[in-house]
Ligand binder design. Structure first.
Ligand code: 13P
Ligand code: SF4
Length: 311
């Protein structure tokens, strides 16, 4: 097999990471060449756990900004780098700390549960963080008589109400990528692929309707939940309703199975801002360092540690 430019740059990245004592963490939505060079690829929960546990001196976060911030809060003694500072998240941008303070003031005594897709300032106003991988466990850990403010993703919130039977006050935010996966996308695929299992991320605009299918072939899962499910399922064909970057990981982990995106449009431009070249430059030039104000980090840490502890 001939050596390509990608291979050469991946070798350069690995050598720089070794030299600099850095671990490379990558989200399941990253481009294949980044996933392939990472030390750990996973979902938001797995990446937070890995960031908290690593003994490397530095973490290069191939994901979006709130994920790098979370790593910086969990490991204040480590250097956290992100290869592109513009890798944001439209969902995290849908609520500010000021808006949350106003919402809390209007609902005194309520417990605040924030999805990990939020800024550090919002987390600092939060009681419990959660990810799609443990949101249900987090809600179930809160005493039944407590009112809950859930933010910022409304589709995840609606799904949580259904699976926990709890009434939640839900912030009306959404991820433009997942909200764009509509019930019609699923219906089309249901008809065209009657033999396939349907894997749906709870941020999707179609998630609640999918639950209503109740056909045993529909599974609402976090990105890592999808990987685990596909690996252990005896089924051969899977339709996937989330950002398309996950198809690379799925095909790698379960190579003899067939995976198809229900929507080819489900591409997160923020996740795709991280390129191999920017990762190389990040390690070489030690940029861009992600820091969180110590006072904000201190207040956010408790909510994140509760999230990491609950499965
Ligand atoms: P998970 O990896 O936690 O399932 O989250 C998906 C997501 O949209 C992250 O931005
Ligand atoms: Fe944010 Fe949506 Fe992109 Fe995830 S897929 S990082 S929630 S914009």
């Amino acid at each position: 097999m001939s050596t390509t430019t990608t291979d050469l740059m991946q070798d350069e990245v690995k050598a720089l990471a070794r030299e600099r004592g850095a671990v490379i963490l990558a989200h399941n939505y990253q481009v294949p060449e980044i996933q392939d060079v990472a030390d750990y690829v996973g979902d938001s929960l797995g990446l937070s756990r890995e960031a908290a546990a690593t003994d490397a001196e530095a973490i290069v976060f191939c994901g979006v900004h709130f994920m790098a911030e979370t790593a910086a809060i969990l490991s204040p003694e480590k250097t956290v780098l992100i290869p592109d500072l513009d890798a944001g998240c439209s969902l995290a941008a849908s609520i500010t700390a000021e808006q949350l303070r106003e919402w809390k003031a209007a609902n005194p005594g309520a417990v605040v549960v924030s999805y990990v897709n939020t800024t550090a300032e919002v987390k600092a106003e939060t009681d419990y963080c959660c990810t799609s991988g443990n949101a249900r466990g987090v809600i179930e850990a809160i005493p039944a008589d407590k009112e809950i403010l859930f933010l910022p993703d409304m589709y995840l919130g609606i799904w949580l109400e259904r699976v926990t039977g709890r009434k939640l006050n839900i912030w009306l935010g959404e991820c433009h990528v997942h909200a764009g996966i509509r019930p019609a996308d699923i219906e089309r695929w249901q008809a065209d692929a009657p033999d396939a299992e349907l894997l749906v991320h709870p941020e999707c605009g179609c998630a609640s309707q999918c639950m209503a299918f109740g056909n045993g072939r529909t599974h609402i899962l976090s990105t890592e939940g999808m990987i685990d499910f596909a690996k252990s399922s005896p089924k051969q064909r899977f339709l996937v309703a989330t950002e398309t970057g996950i198809l690379h990981r799925l095909s790698k982990e379960a190579p003899r199975k067939r995976f198809e995106a229900v929507s080819e449009r489900a591409i997160c431009k923020f996740m795709k801002m991280i390129t191999l070249e920017k990762l190389r430059d990040s390690l070489r030039d030690w940029k861009h360092v992600v820091t969180v104000e110590p006072e904000v980090a201190e207040r956010a840490r408790g909510a994140i540690e509760r999230m990491v502890a609950i499965s």
